[in-house]
Each structure stands twice: as structure tokens, then as C-alpha cells.
Design a protein around this ligand. Structure first.
Ligand code: URA
Length: 158
């Protein structure tokens, strides 16, 4: 499940990996968390979901929805890097810690990473809570909205 979106997307969202719904449909973020991501893009950013690109660190669903193992991410990370090189977006929004950790080469907590200034190669990276985390912790949505506003600010730069 490689991802989907605009070939000239200025904004790329990077999640962790497909869940059962994504695995079944071959599309990223189409389950419950996916509907929240769609709302963030359409209601929050006031953009079409098709105007951004949505990808994941791992391209296949880990059995039982467990976190991907280091060898699984190692097998997929080159694909994501190539996607980012080709898309060359203005900004990447890292959804959750698996994504942030792999893009930023760190294992700091999301609390530490959020709000900081980060980049993958020279592309700005804005880490925020994974939508699945937001479903469990709706109180964190306000912080994600702050992060998304930063994404919009960077995307609006000439
Ligand atoms: N969670 C992810 O990290 N990616 C998806 O595509 C769906 C759910």
C-alpha cells in the first residue's frame, strides 16, 4: 500500500503503516483514524484530501496491527525516502511517533518533538499526534490543530 495523493503535493502526511481497513482497500487512512485525518484536511485545513499526499513508513500491514519491527521498517524506509525525494513537498507532517522517529532519526517522545523545528533533509517536518491517538485522547486535538496551523503556514510560503 504505497500511499495516494497529488503528484505535486505541497504537503505530505506520513503515518505508520496500513491497518486492516487500509490493507483491505489498498488505500491509506480509510478507517476510523483515517476519517479523522480526512476531517483535519477538509474541515481544518479547508483543502481537498486529494490535494495532499498520504503515505506510511511501512507499506504492508504488520500482523495483528502490532508496531512494525526494525527489519520491517528497514525494508520500507527507502521507498518512503524516494517518495519524499520525488514529491519534494514544502512540508511533511509526521503522524505519530513511529513516523516522527523514522523521519527524524530520534527516539524522543512526541511531547518533546512537538512544536520544535525539524527537517528531513531540507524539508521541514512537523510532528503531531497520530489520529488514532487523538481518537483515544480527544483532549490532544487542540495541540494537533496548532501543529496543523504550522503546516499550513509553511505550505503557504512562496
Ligand atoms: N494508521 C496509519 O498509520 N496509517 C494508515 O494508513 C492507517 C492508519
Amino acid at each position: 500500500m504505497p500511499g495516494e495523493g497529488a503528484p505535486r503535493a505541497d504537503v505530505v502526511f506520513v503515518g505508520e503503516g496500513p491497518g486492516a481497513d487500509e490493507d483491505a482497500s489498498g488505500r491509506p487512512f480509510v478507517g476510523k483514524a483515517g476519517r479523522l485525518l480526512t476531517d483535519i484536511i477538509t474541515k481544518g485545513m479547508q483543502r481537498e484530501r486529494e490535494s495532499v499526499f498520504i503515505a506510511n513508513v511501512v507499506k504492508c500491514r504488520p500482523p495483528g496491527n502490532r508496531n512494525p519491527t526494525p527489519d520491517e521498517t528497514a525494508a520500507c524506509i527507502g521507498y518512503l525516502h524516494r517518495q519524499l525525494e520525488i514529491l519534494s513537498p514544502k512540508v511533511v507532517c509526521a503522524l505519530g511517533k513511529v513516523s516522527a522517529h523514522h523521519l527524524l532519526g530520534t527516539d524522543l517522545s512526541m511531547t518533546r518533538l512537538r512544536g520544535g523545528s525539524h527537517a528531513w533533509r531540507s524539508i521541514p517536518v512537523v510532528p503531531t499526534w497520530h489520529p488514532a491517538y487523538l481518537l483515544r485522547n480527544p483532549g490532544a486535538k487542540r495541540q494537533t490543530w496548532e501543529d496543523i496551523q504550522r503546516v499550513m503556514e509553511i505550505a503557504a510560503r512562496p
